[in-house]
Design a protein around this ligand. Structure first.
Ligand code: GLV
Length: 319
């Protein structure tokens, strides 16, 4: 059988690129250039599939212009908010993602956000680097996790793992999800069937749900008022879920005590309103950034294409 031809839009770890080259006639991106949408369309000419990253905006306009030869978009991420699933479906293009393999690494960052925001790590790091700080009984007093209530928005694999770690830290777990989980998956967490109910008991919130039309700007001017005064909001999922202006305003009013964000709108361009907030603990989208996880994700993204061409289907197909 003739080797399938694929475009890999971003540079991968070498082991993964070697694997791609073994299975496919793969066009790689050795300089890791950020391709524009029109460049992706152009480079897809003659290809059977494309391995995209979350930095590739595969909207309707782009998908409609892909050559007919493209049969699969394999996203190197669990989230697929960067891809218009309907547009792909209409063109008969399968879309796949990389679930499970990144849940542990992403949950670790989710917990880091909770710890960093609650215990004022951003201010602490800055002071330690500057020097001249003075210990005192009330210096950089933060919020203790033990005994606090953690609200989890989106109790999927990542949310469940964060719940497990947070529980071991003595937090009391509440959650909202499209549906209530079975008792073994809930593991003592308290279900709320609506946002208002969850937010009103969340001393700390961890956002772990996918970005969809339904979850877009779920944290907004109205919903931010549901929280107890001085709550902490963390986001390990996608920036689209938060209306930044509403959150920044709530931080400035001290309605919200601190934020921990690994993701935000318009990455890498952080809304400048956050820069004025010293307690904002913000990372550059590191959720899945460990070597083992990135290799596992790339292998899965490659295997998804292979499975699709061998069987006509793929277990990680999302459209
Ligand atoms: C990372 O953000 C992912 O969705 O994999």
């Amino acid at each position: 059988m003739k080797m399938k031809k694929i475009l890999v839009t971003r540079k991968l770890i070498k082991d993964s690129e070697d694997k791609a080259l073994k299975i496919f006639d793969a066009k790689l991106n050795p300089n890791d250039e950020l391709y524009s949408q029109s460049r992706v369309i152009e480079m897809c000419q003659g290809c059977d599939g494309v391995l995209t990253s979350l930095t590739d905006k595969m909207d309707k306009e782009t998908i409609d212009k892909l050559p007919d030869s493209i049969k699969i978009i394999s996203n190197f991420a669990v989230g697929f908010g960067n891809i218009d699933l309907e547009a792909a479906k209409k063109r008969g293009i399968a879309v796949t993602n990389t679930p499970e393999v990144l849940s542990d690494a992403t949950a670790e960052i989710g917990v880091l956000l909770i710890l960093g925001a609650c215990r004022r790590a951003a201010e602490g790091i800055e002071s330690a680097r500057e020097g001249g700080w003075k210990w005192s009984a009330d210096y950089l007093i933060g919020k203790q996790l033990t005994g606090s209530r953690l609200g989890i928005l989106g109790m999927g694999r990542i949310g469940q793992k964060i719940a497990k770690i947070a529980k071991s830290l003595g937090m009391i777990i509440h959650y909202h999800n499209r549906s209530k989980l079975s008792p073994d998956k809930e593991d003592g967490a308290i279900y709320h069937d609506n946002l208002k109910s969850l937010f009103s008991v969340s001393d700390v919130l961890s956002i772990c749900c996918p970005a969809t039309k339904e979850t877009e700007n779920m944290i907004n001017k109205e919903t931010v008022e549901y929280f107890p005064k001085g709550a902490v909001i963390t986001n390990v999922a996608r920036g689209d879920i938060v209306d930044d202006d509403a959150l920044i305003d709530a931080l400035n009013r001290r309605k919200i005590y601190a934020v921990g964000l690994d993701v935000y709108k318009n990455e890498p361009n952080l809304n400048p309103g956050y820069l004025k907030i010293k307690s904002a603990f913000i990372l550059p989208h590191l959720g899945s950034a460990t070597k083992d996880t990135r290799i596992a994700m790339a292998n899965l993204a490659i295997d998804n294409i292979d499975e699709f061409f061998k069987t006509g289907n793929c277990k990680n197909k999302v459209n």
